[in-house]
Design a protein around this ligand. Sequence first.
Ligand code: BGC
Length: 744
Amino acid sequence: MSHDISALTLAQKASLLSGQGFWTTKAIEDAGIPSIMLTDGPHGIRRQDGAADHLGINDALPATCFPPAVAVGSSWDPEVAAEVGAALGREALAAGVSVVLGPGVNIKRSPLCGRNFEYYSEDPLLSGVLGSAHVQAMQRVGPGASVKHFAANNQEHERMRISAEVDERTLREIYLPAFERVVTEAAPATVMAAYNKVNGVPASHSPWLLTDVLRTEWGFQGAVVSDWGAVSDRVAGVAAGMDLEMPGRGVATDQEIVDAVRSGRLSEEQVDVAVHRVLALTDLPHRPTGTVDVDAHHELARTLAADSVVLLKNDRDVLPVTTVAHMAVIGPLAVEPRFQGGGSSHINPTRVDAALDRIRDHARQRGMAVEYAEGYLLGDDMNARARCDVAADLATRADLAIVFAGLSEREESEGFDRETLSLPAEQIEVIKAVAAAAPRTVVVLSNGGVVSLEGWHDQVDGILEGWLLGQAGGSAIADVLFGVVNPSGHLAETIPFRVQDNPSWHNFPGEQGHVRYGEGVMVGYRHYESAGIPVRYPFGHGLSYTTFRTSNLRVESVGTDSASVQVTITNTGERAGKHVVQVYVATEAGPVRRPVRELRAFAKAALEPGETTTVGFTLDRRAFAYWDITLGQWVVPAGDYVIQIGENASSIVAEQSIALTGDVIVRPLTLESPVGEWLSHPAVGPAMVGVLSSGTADEEPVEVGLRMVESMPMQQFLAFTGGAFPMEMLEHMMELSTAGTAAV
Ligand code: BGC
């Protein structure tokens, strides 16, 4: 709905561009403009009716805590993301919340980022597909989303002032595509501008990000809202396309906008545009409607969590738990689960399931005995040795020991990054002592960011990565342990052997106000696979209690720059299960170094035992393109492309190569262009080579000589050779080069 703002004064209009306080926009009652509420997000509604804060310190009203993004990422299932989005939409409607702040689609550049639990993946496609499903489903229910934090907010250290130094190809291929997908597919009501700077310009004041890319290129129609406290220059923000400053800082900064219009630094039209975008948010539902079925949402949270658990290791089929008489459960995380991260996303849950309770339920039904020992404390412990001994003693008497290990909010949270991937030392001691004592040991992990499995991995039989699973995570873990649910999660991020192996290691978290994204596009598995660096578990890894066969891969090119893919999947085991088909593209085509392979499509299929299905994909041009910095556009170079079906990013089970003609690119030659480019230019190259070769009987010396000058700009070449080519000829060739067609 378009709003008539002609009756508003400049001061009133300026006032609409910042919040009333922490969570609401300003109302202008005389003009019929209501106030609306924005709250976190992203995996529960954090509606505060008392003291407000953006760090999750003060209480919020009870709401369902759904699985955080780290879990949803591991589900590899847009349906899971959509269910979370829709349920949040329902809870927001009931609470009268118009905009829910999330999802966060920042890329997990380093496993050390303290806020990785709020992000989906190290891969932009996976992040974008899940984020888009979340936003579409939530907005279908009614409330608006706020995809965040735009852009290149990949660490917590100095997050409010660090400048992410990222080259444009890397931004376009890694850090922007998830936002691009959410904006272009799901049309979120708002985009949240990040705290950090990008290449020296604050993201919340960046005309390039907020106007050129977001609106002009991607067609964003909604409002840009600042991250809480991200704005340092109101006027620069409005001029850049940052519409709503949150939280509001009172009349003084609104007055800065008025003054800027009066002095001509800002036009009133610019203010009007921002006002219209903010007023459009008041069309979102803002009066509490409907009720929340708290029980149903808890059950939903349990189902979604179970779909997100990743079975990393399952030697000797230690899981699911079947023929066990006496089970030892160890670790306080089984009793007091860690199911969400610290900071602005901190939800006051409607209830919390402890894994131990649900394990006892399942065990009772099967006539199994369960005993519990603490083993360690989350925090300082004067009696660590004794506590560990008690656990080991219990394990000696059990057929199976299950150790719950993980991180506490002391180790990871919004606001700071981790310094190590290790589990706390006392937990490692307990795992080792229990594994030495029990005939079989399973470790269940609760952690928001990747933890190292080294020092104990080989001593245990099974590992279940439970991440942070939301308030029903305890039940979900028990369901997976007992095979009530067949695990189907896959890693959305690599588990390296050593943190030093991560490509950002030398440049994380930056220094003196700058963090250099020196690894470029080689983020996560793109680096490990390209450099051949072994990892503990690759991106995409995840086991099941059943087995799947991949067959009959059929790939066909479509037009010059796209392809269609079909592949057949069969459940060859004895249980129903879900399989993730992962489609990677591998190529060396084009003038830039490409990662060895990149995820370009995926789908999750549910199959009964013995069932077969065929899954089809369309790979559009972006699946084959790179961002060309000289042309400032996506380019599909002519060449060979291998379509690979991976069990994970390291293990390819089927592949087929296709040749694409790619784009027709005109690269005009100038005197700055290197000699090699002139000689290889399809329109003029052959003639140039002809001139050089004429008069030489033996071709080899010319070739050797050419290699030496290939990278020399033509201008210098002319100077050194005393004019190897006549200038009129070069001028003619330059003209031909712009008109002619040439492949990259
Ligand atoms: C966080 C945002 C959050 C906002 C409001 C900020 O500190 O970075 O993600 O939405 O606070 O709580």
